[in-house]
Ligand binder design. Structure first.
Ligand code: SF4
Length: 62
């Protein structure tokens, strides 16, 4: 599974970072970075949670 972000949708509220800080990171300019697009199996549950809770529906898991 791969996770990606639509930067046009992301409002940098940090919800995904709070759920999975090892996967998502906001930089000093509030740009979201994804550490590893390929989600390790043991992190999938939290990434799915982050995708579901993003209020802007900016994350995609496929
Ligand atoms: S939860 Fe969604 S809107 Fe918030 S920082 Fe993450 S991708 Fe952006």
């Amino acid at each position: 599974m791969k996770v990606s972000v639509d930067p046009d949708q992301c409002e940098a509220n940090g919800i995904c970072v709070g759920i999975a800080p090892d996967v998502f990171e906001l930089d000093d300019e509030d740009v979201l970075h994804i550490h590893s697009a390929e989600v390790p199996a043991e992190r999938l549950a939290d990434v799915e949670d982050a995708v579901a809770q993003c209020p802007k529906a900016a994350l995609r898991l496929e």
